[in-house]
Ligand binder design. Structure first.
Ligand SMILES: NC(=O)c1ccc[n+]([C@@H]2O[C@H](COP(=O)([O-])OP(=O)(O)OC[C@H]3O[C@@H](n4cnc5c(N)ncnc54)[C@H](O)[C@@H]3O)[C@@H](O)[C@H]2O)c1
Length: 401
């Protein structure tokens, strides 16, 4: 590291299960130094002191906010406290990396994003799967058109616990999948329907099933649960040309790209003869470099604060995720009714460095007549799927939670 390179001084608020991972990652990084850690619970702080002897501790996070030698804070407290602590931290002039979700209302998310802009501080949210090498590889494959048009996506995130007491399984676990879907589709859903069951607690859903509808009609389905015998972290993305399976608990074959799908027959004489051909070809296993996603995320935060790099999970991206969670909450209260998402940047790409390809809205442009099999060679701006002449859908990413 050059001698004049800046080192970001960091404070970590919340030292429960997850906070110490942030302390480790930022302590080991050569561009940052962890100076202080805060937690209400003194025994948590004792553990931090034993493991990280150079880190000062306090039971009052305001000691940390008032310390002028600290540039940035990482907030890893329970979800319900994120909004208020983030606001205080920004007002104290700190750059903020807050755990997901940013907060629990779109209005508050909007205010926090505006506050970060007004104070000239970085606000980044720990949507850590956007920094998962498997998810990033999948995004690249989608962006270069390898999967073709995305037809639907299906995510499963289950385990036995940990059961949260402040938010439901959708806020806790589903947040990851919503951020992944938005990142892969480069869009925000227009509507959500969600159902869930409160089993271990009377008003907090342990299991939720949510369906997200994107601007062009593409569906994303999410199944999250704290009450399941098996730890599953899978994502299936079905494209018109290829299908992808991401399995975060499979260390060897984390991402598989299947050359499977439906092809149109090269020719047919009558409508009666017409039928799609099933294509069942090779499976490709892209090489995934095994880097801890939390380290990638810390790198991104440091790049944004120290080098003004674009932020993939900034306030704008987080606002969209919170808007989906808010709509899903309304839907849960209404027994699964479809509820519109009032996202501030509806239909637009929300990740600052995600690229300009609007995938969920793209439609295929076919090659010259006679090309066999007849596959799209490019994608154009989306028509309205609901319009009469719209083509049918067929034509056309320590372990984080
Ligand atoms: N990205 C991931 O994969 C991932 C994984 C686990 C948790 N998380 C997130 O991290 C956050 C913390 O989760 P956790 O599992 O560590 O929870 P936890 O309950 O184990 O820890 C939270 C800690 O915050 C402390 N705390 C609460 N209010 C505080 C306050 N006002 N000031 C200082 N400390 C306070 C508590 O005493 C506790 O030690 C949550 O937002 C969760 O969603 C993210």
């Amino acid at each position: 590291m050059p001698e004049d390179a800046r080192v970001l001084t960091v404070g970590v608020i919340g030292c429960g299960h997850w906070g110490p991972n942030h302390i480790r990652v930022f302590s080991e990084h050569d561009r940052s130094e962890v100076k202080m850690a805060a937690d209400l619970n003194a025994s948590r702080l004792d553990r931090v002191s034993r493991r990280f002897p150079g880190v000062r501790t306090t039971t009052d996070y305001r000691d940390l906010l008032g310390d002028q030698t600290i540039d940035a804070v990482v907030i890893a407290t329970p979800t319900k406290t994120h909004g208020a602590i983030t606001r205080e931290a920004l007002e104290a002039g700190k750059h903020v990396l807050v755990e997901k979700p940013l907060c629990d209302s779109t209005e508050e998310a909007r205010r926090l994003t505006a506050l970060a802009a007004a104070t000239g501080r970085v606000l980044m949210v720990g949507h850590v799967f956007l920094f998962n090498n498997g998810i990033m590889k999948l995004r690249q494959a989608i962006a270069r058109g390898e999967l073709g048009r995305i037809l639907y996506a299906d995510a499963v995130r289950t385990n036995l616990g940990p059961v949260r007491g402040d938010v439901n399984a959708l806020y806790d676990l589903g947040t990851h999948d919503i951020s992944i879907f938005n990142y892969l589709m480069d869009a925000t859903p227009v509507a959500v329907s969600a159902q869930g069951s409160c089993i271990s607690q009377t008003t907090i859903e342990d299991v939720c099933f949510a369906t997200l509808k994107y601007p062009d009609g593409t569906l994303g389905h999410i199944h999250v649960s704290w009450l399941n015998p098996r730890k599953v972290r899978t994502l299936t993305v079905v494209g018109q040309q290829k299908m992808a399976l991401w399995d975060d608990v499979d260390p060897s074959d984390t991402l598989r790209l299947y050359d499977k799908g439906l092809d149109e027959p090269p020719y047919y004489d009558s409508f009666g003869e017409f039928q799609f051909l099933l294509r069942n070809a090779d499976v490709h296993l892209p090489k995934i470099d095994r880097v801890e996603p939390l380290v990638n995320q810390a790198n991104a935060f440091l790049d944004t604060v120290l080098d003004s790099a674009p932020c993939r999970s900034g306030g704008r991206e987080a606002e969209a995720v919170v808007a989906v969670l808010e709509a899903a909450t309304r839907s849960l209260q209404m027994g699964g009714a479809t509820c519109p998402v009032s996202a501030p940047h509806l239909g637009e790409p929300v990740c600052a460095d995600a690229g300009a390809v609007t995938l969920a809205g793209a439609t295929p442009v076919y090659g010259p007549p006679g090309t066999t099999p007849r596959r799209p060679v490019a994608y154009s701006v989306p028509p309205d799927r609901n319009s009469a002449d719209a083509p049918s859908p067929i034509e056309e990413t320590c372990k984080p939670e």
